[in-house]
Design a protein around this ligand. Structure first.
Ligand SMILES: Cc1cc2nc3c(=O)[nH]c(=O)nc-3n(C[C@H](O)[C@H](O)[C@H](O)COP(=O)(O)O)c2cc1C
Length: 266
């Protein structure tokens, strides 16, 4: 099949999804690589060009065994027309449950033809020095696997004669998908004595939940607890202080510390 470029479309607050998509694109080896970064808040109102002879690699994080809700909203603005797509989810070494199936189904609904799928492991948003959760992932072996996956996708693309008659890939997951967890109103907060009001947290927040006025203010109704602000704060002044999340972190570290391996479906 004649492909002229690869487009990476991702929602990735803490950038692990973005890193894996970039590594897959390296393996695919089409010269022209474009980014459709659906993470900044203004991506909610952007319009997107039609895809034309592109392979689109769509990526999103797993939240509660499902696709992150904001990712679904933003990916839903893309429109394919028998456009070949690779669907990829990133998870924090617990489980990805129904998220990859959900992304495959969403891609089909939007007019894409999923030709490959993958579940990769990224550092968990809630990792802490005292309870490291898949800390540092994706590491170099993960990125090598992502590149190898890209090479296999390229071989498949080169062999496809007619995308319209392509059989759908099989990926794990169940439908109906598992229920979304009830949303909580927790959010990260700021340790004012060490905050330097640099604005990094407000600039990186994917839902524009943080405002810098006299002090850093967070709208907890907008916060999706992605921890982008916590991870990017140059003085470690952003913290996720919640006894509920602390319990989850302890449970994850006690039960999910054996490193999982990426899985690919092609
Ligand atoms: C609210 C929330 C729920 C999460 N749920 C899961 C989960 O069900 N399973 C899992 O393994 N990781 C889970 N994670 C971890 C993320 O999937 C993981 O950190 C991912 O690499 C983040 O992607 P990003 O770096 O592209 O933002 C969750 C993270 C958050 C913030």
């Amino acid at each position: 099949m004649n492909i002229s470029s690869v487009k990476l479309a991702y929602f990735s607050p803490t950038k692990t999804t973005q890193k894996i998509l970039e590594a897959i694109a390296q393996g695919v080896e089409y010269n022209d690589v474009g980014h459709i970064d659906l993470t900044p808040p203004d991506s909610r109102t952007r319009t997107f060009e039609d895809f034309n002879q592109d392979l689109v690699i769509i990526g999103a994080p797993v939240y509660g065994g499902r696709l992150a809700g904001e990712a679904v909203k933003r990916i839903s603005m893309l429109k394919g027309h028998y456009t070949p797509a690779v669907v990829v989810v990133l998870y924090g070494n617990r489980e990805y449950e129904d998220a990859l199936l959900e992304l495959k189904d969403l891609a089909i609904k939007l007019g894409f033809v999923p030709v490959a799928g993958g579940a990769f492991i990224g550092e968990h948003s809630y990792t802490k020095p005292e309870f490291p959760l898949s800390a540092g992932r994706p590491h170099s072996q993960d990125l090598e696997k992502a590149m190898g996956f890209g090479k296999a996708i390229r071989r498949k693309m080169d062999a496809i004669k007619d995308i319209k008659s392509q059989d759908p890939i099989d990926v794990p997951g169940h439908f109906p998908y598992k229920d979304h967890k009830p949303s909580s109103n927790e959010s990260a907060s700021t340790l004012e004595d060490i905050c330097i009001a640099c604005g990094t947290c407000a600039a990186i927040c994917p839902t524009a939940a943080i405002m810098i006025n006299e002090r850093v203010e967070t709208d907890s109704t907008l916060c999706i607890r992605c921890c982008a602000c916590v991870k990017s704060c140059p003085t470690q002044a952003r913290v996720m202080e919640s006894s509920r999340i602390d319990k989850i972190v302890k449970w994850l570290s006690e039960n999910y510390s054996v490193p999982k391996q990426p899985e690919t479906f092609i």
